[in-house]
Write a protein that binds this ligand. Structure first.
Ligand code: FRU
Length: 440
């Protein structure tokens, strides 16, 4: 029955039926987190792009609602964002009932234009603005790649900001009413699904930096004056693998203050009536490291309610650790937090039925195919927090300094479950948690 299919994610959002890709219009309003998303309600493949819609009170338990935005004569509904227009700058609101306003791309064979829609009933039903499109910039860029508007309120300037993918990077536009947009600046080197936000460094509200990123999660830190982003860093990544097109929430209450992100999990769901999934919501933070200021991500604290401790050990050999994990290798869903200490400057890791959950090469600072230099470069230790679901695996390293995600491969007859490997390594700490299903 519903949500019980063989590979149905048990603590991640997936759609009942059809295809999903990018999260869209992430916004918090009146106690609900809204997750809109690129959706084909009719087939398992990418087509007929619409905005699907789900709501949650805790970022974990989701209720899928009817499709929010359907294709129209301007095009199909590509990615975008949503905000609550509390000051009714758009005029779409009613007294005491501010509009939820979505900025999205309408895609046609000819071009991609930016459009506006609004809802007065908490995102349940939508009206498209009669003056659409509000931006048509194909001619200016001589490019069809003008899409994915990411809008937020810039309080110091009392205006709206839109970051938009245009041809070879991200442009900034500004507006006072969400309808009339003025081009301000452009920064090259990013691709699709922009985001831009300010974060305190090390939790210090007196020291803030702006972060800009594109769909691949490569980011830069710098300053932003409401019209132009000025980089102060190189380009880095904080998450890799199956994640793509992640977006952060608008209108999270100031009393909460978190920067919460949801990323698309490009994880094929073989033989299922649905395809792909969303990854765990994470909190993003900026922290000072030996390499400079870096973006960290870790699952939101709400996820803690899902986990029940099932074992905790310290100072194990690889074989001892394997024996403790043997009972869990077939588990539907599981969380493992493990610290490994290498004793030789070589490679070490953890496999599950031959699949590499951790593969760390400390000579070349490579972790599952990506560069990763530990927080303490002289340390022989690495901590991996591993979230396993029916069809996905997410791994958060050293408190979120780096993370990666992958499809969970079926065992395929391989008899060896969990297996730590590496020359004489120690599993200095091993914790296992059972995970509740969000659909029960
Ligand atoms: C990213 C993306 C966006 C686009 C959407 C279409 O995955 O290509 O740039 O708006 O998907 O579904």
């Amino acid at each position: 029955s519903l949500y019980r299919e063989q590979r149905r994610p048990q603590y991640h959002f997936s759609t009942r039926r059809g295809w999903i890709n990018d999260p869209n219009g992430l916004v918090f309003y009146e106690g609900e987190y809204h997750l809109f998303y690129q959706h084909n309600p009719f087939e398992r493949e990418w087509e007929n792009m619409s905005w699907g819609h789900a709501v949650s009170k805790d970022l974990l338990h989701w209720e899928e609602l009817p499709v929010a935005l359907h294709p129209d004569k301007t095009g199909t509904m590509f990615s975008g964002s949503a905000i609550i227009d509390y000051d009714n700058t758009s005029g779409f609101g009613k007294p005491g009932n501010p509009a939820m306003v979505a900025l999205y791309t309408a895609d046609s064979p000819d071009k991609q234009v930016q459009c506006v829609a609004y809802s007065l009933d908490k995102g349940r039903t939508w009206s498209k603005y009669s003056g659409n499109p509000v931006i048509d910039s194909k001619a200016k860029w001589n490019s069809k790649d003008t899409r994915d508007p990411r809008v937020f309120w810039y309080a110091p300037g009392k205006h709206w900001v839109m970051v938009l993918n245009e041809r070879d990077g991200h442009s900034i536009y500004t507006s006072r009413n969400l309808k009339d947009w003025a081009y301000e600046s452009h920064i090259t080197g990013f691709w699709e699904c922009p985001d831009l936000f300010e974060l305190p460094v090390d939790g210090n509200p007196a020291k803030k930096k702006w972060v800009i990123y594109g769909a691949s999660n490569t980011y830069m830190t710098g300053s932003f004056n409401g019209k132009t982003f000025t980089p102060e860093s190189g380009k880095y990544y904080f998450s890799a693998g199956s994640i793509y097109a992640a977006q952060t929430f608008n209108n999270i209450p100031e009393s909460d203050g978190r920067r919460i992100q949801i990323g698309w999990g490009r994880i094929p769901q073989q033989g299922m009536p649905f395809n792909n999934m969303m990854l765990l919501p994470t909190t993003l933070t900026l922290r000072t490291t030996k390499d400079g200021i870096r973006l960290f991500s870790a699952p939101v604290k709400e996820t803690e309610q899902l986990f029940a401790a099932a074992g905790k050990w310290t100072g194990l050999t690889a074989n001892e650790a394997d024996r403790h994990l043997a009972a869990f290798s077939q588990a539907d869903r599981l969380r493992i937090r493990a610290t490994i200490r290498l004793s030789h400057a070589t490679e070490a890791g953890l496999n599950l039925y031959g699949q590499r959950l951790i593969g760390y090469d400390m000579n070349f600072n490579m972790l599952n195919g990506m560069f990763y230099s530990p927080q303490d470069p002289t340390s022989m230790e690495l901590t991996a927090d591993i979230y396993i679901d029916r069809s996905s695996i997410e791994v958060f390293i050293d408190g979120g300094a780096f993370s990666y995600s992958m499809e969970r491969k079926p065992g395929n007859g391989n008899r060896e479950g969990f297996k730590f490997w590496g020359n004489n390594i120690t599993v200095t700490s091993l914790e296992v948690f059972n995970v509740k299903s969000i659909w029960q």
